[in-house]
Design a protein around this ligand. Structure first.
Ligand code: DP6
Length: 346
Protein backbone atom coordinates (compact mmCIF):
# COMPACT_ATOMS: atom_id res chain seq x y z
CA UNK A 1 0.00 0.00 0.00
CA UNK A 2 1.47 3.35 -1.03
CA UNK A 3 2.17 5.72 1.82
CA UNK A 4 2.45 9.47 1.43
CA UNK A 5 4.55 11.51 3.81
CA UNK A 6 5.15 15.14 4.72
CA UNK A 7 6.94 16.92 7.54
CA UNK A 8 7.10 20.59 8.50
CA UNK A 9 8.46 22.73 11.30
CA UNK A 10 6.27 25.76 11.88
CA UNK A 11 6.79 28.54 14.42
CA UNK A 12 4.51 30.19 16.92
CA UNK A 13 3.87 33.91 16.65
CA UNK A 14 3.20 36.66 19.14
CA UNK A 15 0.54 39.24 18.32
CA UNK A 16 1.49 42.88 18.80
CA UNK A 17 -2.01 44.01 17.81
CA UNK A 18 -4.35 41.39 19.23
CA UNK A 19 -7.08 39.38 17.54
CA UNK A 20 -9.78 39.09 20.20
CA UNK A 21 -13.34 38.64 19.02
CA UNK A 22 -14.63 37.06 15.83
CA UNK A 23 -17.69 36.48 13.68
CA UNK A 24 -18.94 33.58 11.55
CA UNK A 25 -16.32 31.28 10.10
CA UNK A 26 -13.20 32.59 11.79
CA UNK A 27 -13.66 36.18 10.60
CA UNK A 28 -11.71 38.48 12.90
CA UNK A 29 -13.50 41.44 14.48
CA UNK A 30 -10.39 43.57 13.97
CA UNK A 31 -7.08 43.31 12.11
CA UNK A 32 -4.08 41.87 13.97
CA UNK A 33 -0.34 42.16 13.51
CA UNK A 34 2.25 39.69 14.75
CA UNK A 35 5.88 38.73 14.94
CA UNK A 36 6.82 35.20 13.97
CA UNK A 37 9.13 33.45 16.42
CA UNK A 38 12.31 31.49 15.80
CA UNK A 39 12.76 28.96 18.60
CA UNK A 40 9.17 28.24 19.68
CA UNK A 41 7.89 25.85 17.07
CA UNK A 42 6.02 22.63 16.35
CA UNK A 43 7.41 19.79 14.26
CA UNK A 44 4.78 17.63 12.61
CA UNK A 45 5.19 14.40 10.67
CA UNK A 46 2.22 13.14 8.71
CA UNK A 47 1.80 9.82 6.91
CA UNK A 48 -1.35 8.67 5.15
CA UNK A 49 -2.59 5.95 2.82
CA UNK A 50 -5.69 5.43 0.67
CA UNK A 51 -8.43 3.53 2.49
CA UNK A 52 -10.71 2.80 -0.43
CA UNK A 53 -13.93 4.53 0.70
CA UNK A 54 -15.19 7.86 1.98
CA UNK A 55 -16.69 6.62 5.25
CA UNK A 56 -15.14 8.40 8.24
CA UNK A 57 -11.62 9.72 8.65
CA UNK A 58 -9.44 7.26 10.61
CA UNK A 59 -6.85 9.30 12.40
CA UNK A 60 -4.18 8.68 15.00
CA UNK A 61 -2.46 11.58 16.71
CA UNK A 62 0.64 11.31 18.88
CA UNK A 63 2.01 14.24 20.82
CA UNK A 64 5.59 13.79 22.06
CA UNK A 65 5.17 10.10 21.23
CA UNK A 66 2.00 9.64 23.33
CA UNK A 67 -1.54 9.22 22.13
CA UNK A 68 -3.48 12.44 22.79
CA UNK A 69 -7.24 11.89 22.61
CA UNK A 70 -8.32 15.51 23.08
CA UNK A 71 -6.10 16.82 20.29
CA UNK A 72 -7.00 13.83 18.14
CA UNK A 73 -10.67 14.72 18.41
CA UNK A 74 -9.99 18.38 17.59
CA UNK A 75 -7.97 17.44 14.52
CA UNK A 76 -10.66 14.99 13.37
CA UNK A 77 -13.25 17.80 13.58
CA UNK A 78 -10.95 20.17 11.75
CA UNK A 79 -10.31 17.60 8.99
CA UNK A 80 -14.04 17.13 8.58
CA UNK A 81 -14.49 20.90 8.29
CA UNK A 82 -11.92 21.30 5.51
CA UNK A 83 -12.72 18.29 3.29
CA UNK A 84 -14.59 20.70 1.02
CA UNK A 85 -11.24 22.41 0.34
CA UNK A 86 -9.11 19.25 0.38
CA UNK A 87 -11.37 16.46 -0.96
CA UNK A 88 -8.66 13.79 -0.58
CA UNK A 89 -8.85 14.02 3.22
CA UNK A 90 -11.68 11.53 3.70
CA UNK A 91 -10.20 9.08 1.21
CA UNK A 92 -7.18 8.53 3.50
CA UNK A 93 -6.22 7.07 6.87
CA UNK A 94 -3.94 9.42 8.81
CA UNK A 95 -1.08 9.10 11.25
CA UNK A 96 0.17 12.38 12.73
CA UNK A 97 3.07 12.91 15.13
CA UNK A 98 3.80 16.26 16.64
CA UNK A 99 6.05 17.84 19.24
CA UNK A 100 6.60 21.39 20.48
CA UNK A 101 9.70 23.11 21.80
CA UNK A 102 7.57 24.83 24.47
CA UNK A 103 4.82 23.87 26.96
CA UNK A 104 1.38 23.77 25.31
CA UNK A 105 -1.74 25.53 26.67
CA UNK A 106 0.44 27.93 28.63
CA UNK A 107 -0.30 31.11 26.77
CA UNK A 108 2.29 30.48 24.09
CA UNK A 109 0.21 30.07 20.98
CA UNK A 110 0.59 26.32 20.43
CA UNK A 111 -2.43 26.24 18.15
CA UNK A 112 -0.68 28.69 15.83
CA UNK A 113 2.39 26.54 15.30
CA UNK A 114 0.49 23.24 15.55
CA UNK A 115 -2.24 24.01 13.05
CA UNK A 116 0.07 25.73 10.58
CA UNK A 117 2.55 22.81 10.65
CA UNK A 118 -0.30 20.36 10.04
CA UNK A 119 -1.77 22.39 7.18
CA UNK A 120 1.61 22.72 5.49
CA UNK A 121 1.91 18.91 5.63
CA UNK A 122 -1.58 18.52 4.12
CA UNK A 123 -0.72 20.86 1.26
CA UNK A 124 2.54 19.04 0.56
CA UNK A 125 0.54 15.80 0.35
CA UNK A 126 -1.99 17.48 -1.92
CA UNK A 127 0.86 18.50 -4.23
CA UNK A 128 2.14 14.91 -4.27
CA UNK A 129 -1.30 13.56 -5.06
CA UNK A 130 -2.18 15.97 -7.81
CA UNK A 131 1.32 16.31 -9.19
CA UNK A 132 0.56 20.04 -9.42
CA UNK A 133 3.22 21.94 -7.59
CA UNK A 134 1.63 25.32 -7.01
CA UNK A 135 4.01 28.25 -6.92
CA UNK A 136 5.39 29.29 -3.53
CA UNK A 137 3.16 32.34 -3.17
CA UNK A 138 0.00 30.38 -3.84
CA UNK A 139 1.12 27.54 -1.58
CA UNK A 140 1.58 29.84 1.43
CA UNK A 141 -1.59 31.84 0.73
CA UNK A 142 -3.56 28.63 0.74
CA UNK A 143 -1.71 27.45 3.86
CA UNK A 144 -2.62 30.68 5.61
CA UNK A 145 -6.26 30.45 4.52
CA UNK A 146 -6.68 26.84 5.71
CA UNK A 147 -4.75 27.51 8.94
CA UNK A 148 -7.14 30.36 9.74
CA UNK A 149 -10.05 27.94 9.62
CA UNK A 150 -8.31 25.84 12.29
CA UNK A 151 -7.19 28.69 14.52
CA UNK A 152 -7.15 32.38 13.67
CA UNK A 153 -3.67 33.15 14.94
CA UNK A 154 -2.27 30.18 12.96
CA UNK A 155 -2.77 31.99 9.67
CA UNK A 156 -0.02 34.46 10.65
CA UNK A 157 2.56 31.72 11.38
CA UNK A 158 3.10 30.73 7.76
CA UNK A 159 5.11 33.91 7.15
CA UNK A 160 8.46 34.88 8.65
CA UNK A 161 9.16 38.33 10.09
CA UNK A 162 5.90 40.19 10.68
CA UNK A 163 2.43 39.26 9.43
CA UNK A 164 -0.85 41.13 9.13
CA UNK A 165 -4.26 39.47 9.19
CA UNK A 166 -7.59 41.18 8.76
CA UNK A 167 -9.13 43.75 6.51
CA UNK A 168 -7.99 47.30 7.09
CA UNK A 169 -7.99 50.42 4.95
CA UNK A 170 -4.36 50.94 6.06
CA UNK A 171 -2.90 48.23 3.82
CA UNK A 172 -4.28 47.52 0.36
CA UNK A 173 -4.07 43.75 0.11
CA UNK A 174 -4.95 43.02 3.76
CA UNK A 175 -7.87 40.59 4.02
CA UNK A 176 -9.93 38.62 6.55
CA UNK A 177 -9.36 35.45 4.54
CA UNK A 178 -5.67 34.98 5.32
CA UNK A 179 -2.58 36.74 6.60
CA UNK A 180 -0.13 38.61 4.41
CA UNK A 181 3.63 38.97 4.98
CA UNK A 182 4.46 42.39 6.41
CA UNK A 183 8.23 42.57 6.83
CA UNK A 184 8.41 45.12 4.01
CA UNK A 185 6.18 47.50 6.02
CA UNK A 186 8.74 48.01 8.79
CA UNK A 187 12.05 49.82 9.18
CA UNK A 188 15.30 47.88 9.52
CA UNK A 189 15.41 48.85 13.22
CA UNK A 190 12.89 46.04 13.69
CA UNK A 191 14.75 43.35 11.77
CA UNK A 192 16.24 41.86 14.91
CA UNK A 193 13.58 42.04 17.62
CA UNK A 194 14.25 39.62 20.47
CA UNK A 195 11.58 37.99 22.59
CA UNK A 196 12.37 36.52 26.00
CA UNK A 197 9.39 34.38 26.99
CA UNK A 198 9.25 34.35 30.78
CA UNK A 199 7.29 31.33 31.99
CA UNK A 200 5.30 32.52 34.98
CA UNK A 201 3.20 29.36 34.83
CA UNK A 202 3.18 26.41 32.45
CA UNK A 203 -0.19 25.13 33.67
CA UNK A 204 -3.06 24.71 31.28
CA UNK A 205 -5.10 27.90 31.17
CA UNK A 206 -8.56 27.71 32.79
CA UNK A 207 -10.44 29.38 29.89
CA UNK A 208 -9.62 28.57 26.26
CA UNK A 209 -9.08 31.32 23.68
CA UNK A 210 -12.13 30.03 21.86
CA UNK A 211 -14.34 30.67 24.91
CA UNK A 212 -12.69 34.06 25.43
CA UNK A 213 -13.43 35.12 21.84
CA UNK A 214 -17.04 34.03 22.39
CA UNK A 215 -17.37 36.29 25.44
CA UNK A 216 -16.61 39.30 23.21
CA UNK A 217 -19.95 38.86 21.41
CA UNK A 218 -21.99 40.49 24.18
CA UNK A 219 -19.15 42.44 25.77
CA UNK A 220 -20.06 46.00 26.77
CA UNK A 221 -16.74 47.38 25.49
CA UNK A 222 -16.43 45.27 22.33
CA UNK A 223 -17.13 47.93 19.72
CA UNK A 224 -14.76 50.43 21.40
CA UNK A 225 -12.11 47.73 21.61
CA UNK A 226 -12.32 46.97 17.88
CA UNK A 227 -11.91 50.66 17.08
CA UNK A 228 -8.98 50.90 19.48
CA UNK A 229 -7.25 47.92 17.81
CA UNK A 230 -7.61 49.57 14.39
CA UNK A 231 -6.22 52.86 15.73
CA UNK A 232 -3.38 51.09 17.49
CA UNK A 233 -2.53 49.27 14.27
CA UNK A 234 -2.36 52.59 12.46
CA UNK A 235 -0.01 54.07 15.08
CA UNK A 236 2.13 50.94 15.28
CA UNK A 237 2.59 50.64 11.52
CA UNK A 238 3.46 54.34 11.24
CA UNK A 239 5.96 54.05 14.11
CA UNK A 240 7.52 50.85 12.82
CA UNK A 241 7.87 52.32 9.35
CA UNK A 242 9.91 55.16 10.87
CA UNK A 243 11.95 52.76 13.03
CA UNK A 244 10.52 54.35 16.18
CA UNK A 245 10.95 52.06 19.20
CA UNK A 246 9.17 54.48 21.56
CA UNK A 247 5.95 54.13 19.59
CA UNK A 248 6.45 50.37 19.48
CA UNK A 249 6.80 50.17 23.28
CA UNK A 250 3.75 52.34 23.93
CA UNK A 251 1.39 50.56 21.55
CA UNK A 252 2.53 47.00 22.27
CA UNK A 253 2.04 47.39 26.03
CA UNK A 254 -1.35 49.07 25.60
CA UNK A 255 -2.51 46.22 23.38
CA UNK A 256 -1.44 43.56 25.88
CA UNK A 257 -3.24 45.25 28.76
CA UNK A 258 -6.33 45.96 26.65
CA UNK A 259 -6.59 42.26 25.79
CA UNK A 260 -6.49 41.33 29.47
CA UNK A 261 -8.84 44.18 30.36
CA UNK A 262 -11.38 42.60 27.99
CA UNK A 263 -11.02 39.30 29.83
CA UNK A 264 -11.35 40.94 33.24
CA UNK A 265 -14.52 42.76 32.15
CA UNK A 266 -16.17 39.84 30.32
CA UNK A 267 -19.29 38.26 31.75
CA UNK A 268 -18.32 36.04 33.46
CA UNK A 269 -15.04 37.82 34.13
CA UNK A 270 -11.76 36.03 34.48
CA UNK A 271 -8.13 36.83 35.15
CA UNK A 272 -5.26 35.02 33.45
CA UNK A 273 -2.46 37.19 34.81
CA UNK A 274 -0.81 36.02 38.02
CA UNK A 275 0.93 38.03 40.75
CA UNK A 276 4.30 37.32 39.12
CA UNK A 277 3.00 38.61 35.77
CA UNK A 278 2.50 42.00 37.43
CA UNK A 279 5.82 41.80 39.29
CA UNK A 280 7.64 41.28 36.02
CA UNK A 281 5.71 44.08 34.25
CA UNK A 282 6.70 46.44 37.02
CA UNK A 283 10.36 45.46 36.77
CA UNK A 284 10.40 45.80 32.98
CA UNK A 285 9.01 49.34 33.19
CA UNK A 286 11.58 50.28 35.81
CA UNK A 287 14.41 48.72 33.77
CA UNK A 288 13.32 50.68 30.70
CA UNK A 289 13.31 53.94 32.64
CA UNK A 290 16.69 53.35 34.28
CA UNK A 291 18.56 51.91 31.28
CA UNK A 292 16.94 53.81 28.41
CA UNK A 293 16.67 50.46 26.54
CA UNK A 294 13.27 50.20 24.79
CA UNK A 295 12.34 46.85 26.34
CA UNK A 296 8.62 46.22 26.68
CA UNK A 297 6.19 43.42 27.42
CA UNK A 298 3.30 41.79 25.70
CA UNK A 299 0.99 38.98 26.80
CA UNK A 300 -0.84 36.22 25.01
CA UNK A 301 -3.98 34.66 26.47
CA UNK A 302 -2.08 33.50 29.54
CA UNK A 303 0.12 34.65 32.42
CA UNK A 304 3.49 34.45 30.66
CA UNK A 305 5.40 37.56 29.69
CA UNK A 306 6.90 38.13 26.26
CA UNK A 307 9.71 40.63 26.80
CA UNK A 308 10.45 42.34 23.47
CA UNK A 309 13.64 44.33 22.90
CA UNK A 310 16.20 45.22 20.21
CA UNK A 311 18.85 42.59 19.49
CA UNK A 312 21.53 45.26 19.96
CA UNK A 313 20.74 45.24 23.72
CA UNK A 314 20.94 41.45 24.06
CA UNK A 315 23.75 41.43 26.67
CA UNK A 316 22.19 43.98 29.04
CA UNK A 317 18.71 42.47 28.80
CA UNK A 318 20.00 38.95 29.39
CA UNK A 319 21.73 40.14 32.52
CA UNK A 320 18.51 41.88 33.65
CA UNK A 321 16.56 38.67 33.07
CA UNK A 322 18.91 36.43 35.04
CA UNK A 323 19.48 38.93 37.85
CA UNK A 324 15.94 40.21 38.35
CA UNK A 325 13.25 38.32 36.47
CA UNK A 326 13.96 34.62 36.83
CA UNK A 327 12.98 34.64 40.52
CA UNK A 328 9.44 35.37 39.34
CA UNK A 329 9.41 32.53 36.80
CA UNK A 330 8.22 28.98 37.40
CA UNK A 331 11.36 26.91 38.06
CA UNK A 332 13.42 29.77 36.56
CA UNK A 333 12.11 28.84 33.11
CA UNK A 334 12.37 31.14 30.12
CA UNK A 335 12.74 30.80 26.36
CA UNK A 336 15.34 32.88 24.58
CA UNK A 337 13.51 33.68 21.37
CA UNK A 338 13.25 36.34 18.71
CA UNK A 339 12.00 37.12 15.24
CA UNK A 340 12.14 34.13 12.91
CA UNK A 341 12.03 33.31 9.24
CA UNK A 342 8.90 31.20 9.10
CA UNK A 343 8.18 27.51 8.48
CA UNK A 344 10.63 25.00 7.01
CA UNK A 345 9.92 21.74 5.29
CA UNK A 346 11.77 18.87 7.02
C1 DP6 B 1 -4.83 36.37 22.50
O1 DP6 B 1 -6.08 32.10 17.38
O2 DP6 B 1 -6.06 30.95 19.61
O3 DP6 B 1 -3.45 34.99 21.15
O4 DP6 B 1 -9.20 31.34 16.32
O5 DP6 B 1 -10.34 30.53 18.36
O6 DP6 B 1 -8.24 29.41 17.61
P1 DP6 B 1 -9.03 30.70 17.67
O7 DP6 B 1 -8.24 31.69 18.59
P2 DP6 B 1 -6.69 31.96 18.72
O8 DP6 B 1 -6.73 33.38 19.46
C2 DP6 B 1 -5.54 34.04 19.71
C3 DP6 B 1 -5.78 35.17 20.60
C4 DP6 B 1 -4.54 35.88 21.10
C5 DP6 B 1 -4.23 37.09 20.25
C6 DP6 B 1 -3.63 36.84 18.89
O9 DP6 B 1 -2.86 35.89 18.71
O10 DP6 B 1 -3.90 37.68 18.02
Amino acid sequence: MQKLKAAWRSPSNIALIKYWGKKGMQVPANPSFSMTLRNSFTETFVTCHHKGDRHGIPLEFLFDGNKEDIFEKKIAEYFLGITGHLPFIDTMAWHIQSSNTFPHSSGIASSASGISALVLCLLTIENELTGKFTDQDEFFKRASFLSRLGSGSACRSVYGGFALWGKTALVNDATNEMAIPAMHLVHENFQDVKNAILIVSSHKKPISSRTGHGLMTNHSFASRRYLQAEKNLESLLAGMKEGDWDVFVRIVETEALSLHAMMMTSEPSYILMEPNTLNIIDKIRKFRKDSGIPACFTLDAGPNIHLLYPGSSYGEVREFITQELLVSCERNQWIDDGIGEGPVSL
